[in-house]
Design a protein around this ligand. Structure first.
Ligand code: SDX
Length: 428
């Protein structure tokens, strides 16, 4: 029996619903029997007050700007861990021993190649296809190549599908970039780290040896860490809903990639750098801040605001700190960074942004680093998808392995015409 109860008076009935407590964070009101008992639905478009599931993966405190993966703060993971280790942590719940980490890394490394026939998928795209269009298509197509592991009720099938997805995303993303610039695909090199291998597949060419820059490798790995998972965001919820029907994991991740592409979500990193470049110089910032505040202007500050964070996004803090190190180490003086710093400063001192609690999010500074490393803005969201795949896969596994899991099927508030009879054409 729950200690806490929520009371509801509706339709002359007085009902009580259990209030469930998590290990931390907001309680939830268990309304699973509400419709059966009252004939009424709850109404929450955008799910601003709805917990869609129970999860033990990631916790966000939006007011305090806290992000924990299996209890570990994102700042500590970004500073001390690696993307492979964070991937293991998200999938398995605990930090790995050295042997476990070595075994996991060995397994992932040996799933990085793509079936050779997938090369033909790329050749069907225009060279100027957006990398996210390619990612959606190629990841969904993986379903056609792995009939040996699509029984989602089999934990071993789920495990190898998860490993294949995590391992092949860097190869798929790198190939999307190579195809866009007309360079030959570069095969994986098992002697390199997960992130070093990705950099070589992206920027290496057959004509000469590619030497991984350790500063860039570390920065890229940290970028992957801060993008790995983020509770029940739009694309993760898409993956969960797709998975709830029993769809295979490759199709579910392709659905997540499609959702992430939107500029209100993962597409914001590309939009944010384009915005900073359009602003160009600090003297133009006030004009754009006024546009962002104008209700009649659809323009928003890209990389600002968040459904959950009403404080600084801790990932933005990590990335902002990295920008100075990476640009300094690479000897790059990108004026866009100065525009970003001054835009942040002016916005955070503007009553509109203060009142609405709008702060920089993960997408505000990430583009500055990605651009410094050499990626075109069109690749930014593909890199977000690459990193978020481990979160999507971990969340999908958590859902599918829940014995109480059932298909997600929301209802609605219907405001259309009530029943009426068909009118023959000659009488209209
Ligand atoms: C990601 O959910 C996640 O966890 C996502 C993510 C992840 O890791 O998965 O963190 C990744 O998607 C980060 C967010 C990237 N998107 C952007 O940077 C795009 C710009 N931001 C906005 O579109 C917006 O802030 C959202 C979409 C991020 C959040 O929107 P909400 O929660 O629906 O809030 P809202 O649109 O209702 O905004 C509240 C108010 C509104 O004004 P009022 O109607 O109350 O007068 O704040 C205003 C908005 O107009 N507002 C902004 C603004 N963001 C919100 N005004 C100007 N510029 C902005 N960026």
């Amino acid at each position: 029996m729950a200690d806490k109860l929520a009371k509801l008076d509706l339709g002359g009935k007085s009902l009580e619903y259990n209030v469930l407590e998590g290990s931390t964070g907001p309680d939830v009101i268990d309304i699973r029997k509400l419709y059966a008992q009252t004939g009424a639905f709850t109404f929450d478009p955008g799910f601003t007050s709805t917990a869609s599931c129970e999860s033990a993966l990631t916790y966000i405190d939006g007011d305090e700007g806290v992000l924990l993966h299996r209890g570990y703060p994102i700042g500590q993971l970004a500073e001390n861990s690696s993307f492979m280790e964070v991937s293991y942590l998200l999938l398995n719940g605990e930090l790995p021993s050295k042997d476990d980490l070595d075994d996991f890394t060995y397994t992932i490394t040996r799933h990085t190649m793509l079936h050779e026939q997938l090369m033909t998928f790329y050749r069907g795209f225009r060279r100027d296809a957006h990398p996210m269009a390619i990612m959606c298509g190629v990841v969904g197509a993986l379903s056609a190549f792995y009939h040996d592991s699509t029984d989602i009720s089999d934990p071993e099938h789920r495990k190898i599908s998860s490993h294949r997805l995590i391992a092949k995303m860097p190869t798929i993303a790198a190939m999307a970039y190579k195809y866009s610039v007309g360079q030959p695909f570069v095969y994986p090199d098992n002697n390199l780290s997960y992130t070093g291998n990705f950099l070589r597949m992206t920027f290496g060419v057959p004509a000469e040896e590619y030497v991984v820059n350790p500063i860039v490798e570390k920065a890229m790995d940290q970028i992957f860490i801060v993008h790995a998972d983020h509770e029940q965001n739009a694309s993760t919820s898409t993956v969960r809903l797709a998975g709830s029907s029993g769809a295979n994991p490759f199709a579910c991740i392709a659905a997540g990639i499609a959702c992430l592409w939107g500029p209100a979500h993962g597409g914001a990193n590309e939009a944010a750098l384009n915005m900073l470049r359009e602003i160009g110089t600090p003297d133009r910032i006030p004009h754009y801040i006024e546009r962002a505040k104008d209700k009649n202007d659809p323009f928003r500050l890209m990389g600002f605001g968040h459904r959950v964070y009403k404080n600084y996004d801790p990932r933005a803090t990590v990335i902002q700190g990295m920008v100075r190190d990476v640009l300094g180490s690479l000897g790059i003086n990108d004026p866009v960074f100065e525009v970003a710093l001054q835009l942040e400063e002016m916005a955070l001192n503007d009553p509109y942004f203060i009142e609405k609690k709008l702060f920089p999010n993960v997408d505000f500074y990430s583009g500055v680093i990605l651009s410094a490393i050499g990626f075109p803005t069109t690749m930014f969201t593909a890199l977000f998808a690459l990193a978020r795949t481990v979160g999507w896969v971990a969340q999908w596994n958590e859902m599918i392995s829940d014995p109480g899991q059932k298909i997600g099927r929301p209802r609605q508030l219907y405001t259309g015409p009530t029943q009426r009879d068909y009118i023959p054409l000659d009488r209209r």
